[in-house]
Design a protein around this ligand. Sequence first.
Ligand code: G4F
Length: 326
Amino acid sequence: MTKSALITGISGQDGAYLARLLLDKGYDVWGFQPRRSTDTLWRLREVQAEDDVRLINGDLTDLSSVLRAVEKSRPDEVYNLGAQSFVGSSWDQPLLTGQATGIGAVNVLEAVRLAAPEARFYQASTSEMFGLIQAERQDENTPFYPRSPYGVAKLYAHWMTVNYRESFGLHTSSGILFNHESPLRGLEFVTRKVTDAVARIKLGLQNELRLGNLDAQRDWGFAGDYVDAMWRMLQQPQGGDYVIATGRTVSVRRFCELAFSHVGLNYEDYVKVDPAFYRPAEVDILLGNPAKAQRVLGWQATTALEDLVAMMLETDLARVQRGARN
Ligand code: G4F
């Protein structure tokens, strides 16, 4: 029988890759997303999924709309990827972030509990929950110490996911994903901000790139690899929590060096540090230990950072050349 999956946040980077993966596996794919006047479907178009997914308009902060989406899609699997996901904005909009990123997840859990208790649930948790790290390499047993309103909201959603598993016996899983990037990343995130700027500089449309903290270090993987881990979690007999990471950490400075040198330029000639992009509290370094995912899910990251940088840059060079806006 054909399986049905409901994805919140389907118009985001991970939503698009996950939709493509599930369509390729033969699922009926339903997407839940707010109605917007701007073009939010460009990512689904890029993965050639726009015509094959069924969209339901609604908002994570509106339980009635989430409930209707669950009733309509009758899902076997629910992936909660929707959130206010930009860490930087979460200090400007702490309450909205709490509502969408924290309470929103509980709305989806409630809708599943009420209308589809047999469905398997995935929560998009994050390495931001580790924040001020309590161990050199973070795994499922590392204590959390979030450093942003976003991280705090995600931690609430994470524990509610665990709690619904333990309280109601729901099949819920929490994927603690470290940073994952791709040509579908939004321009506000540092990797895409860099690759887009490098393409513009190379093509003579921009002459400098203003960034914040160049010394922050992140464990960056490829989003296309990471959505496969989400799916694998929901195929397990029981729900669980999994760290998904590459096990390698690199600074923003090194990312810039790789991106500029890919087109034969020196980042030091173009990158300017601008305190406007500093955060009130920074997560200095993240480095994941994905051993459990490898052992239990048979998952590991397969895209090297150098290949990811090349993929993002080649896509941005082509986009800038044809005048695309995303
Ligand atoms: O690309 P970022 O904005 O990603 P961040 O804050 O690590 O969050 C991302 O990864 C999380 C997983 O750990 C997700 F949960 C979250 O939703 C999101 O996907 O910033 C990365 C680093 C930060 O340390 C930031 O201070 O880059 C530093 N940075 C330096 N200059 C900058 C800039 N970040 C941005 N966005 N813009 C800058 O100009």
